[in-house]
Design a protein around this ligand. Structure first.
Ligand SMILES: [Zn+2]
Length: 73
């Protein structure tokens, strides 16, 4: 798959345990995008996607970050 943030080749770690996309990217690391946020997330430009991921990463405090719809506003 392609990374949803940077477009680089990435690994799809999505499992049934999580309602959304789980990605491992060499550039962006591991992250999740919740189902409810995915469409809006993919419509953002690159800088905005990076910013949303950074915001999720701060909120996760060391855990795998999850981009949620709330992070996109
Ligand atoms: Zn990436």
């Amino acid at each position: 798959m392609q990374c949803s943030v940077c477009g680089a080749e990435a690994e799809d770690l999505t499992s049934g345990d999580f309602d959304g996309l789980v990605v491992r990217c060499k550039r962006c690391g591991e992250y999740e995008v919740a189902d409810g946020a995915l469409n809006a997330f993919l419509r953002l430009d690159y800088d905005a996607r990076v910013a949303a991921l950074e915001k999720a990463r701060e909120a996760a405090a060391g855990d795998r970050p999850t981009v949620r719809a709330d992070d996109l506003s």
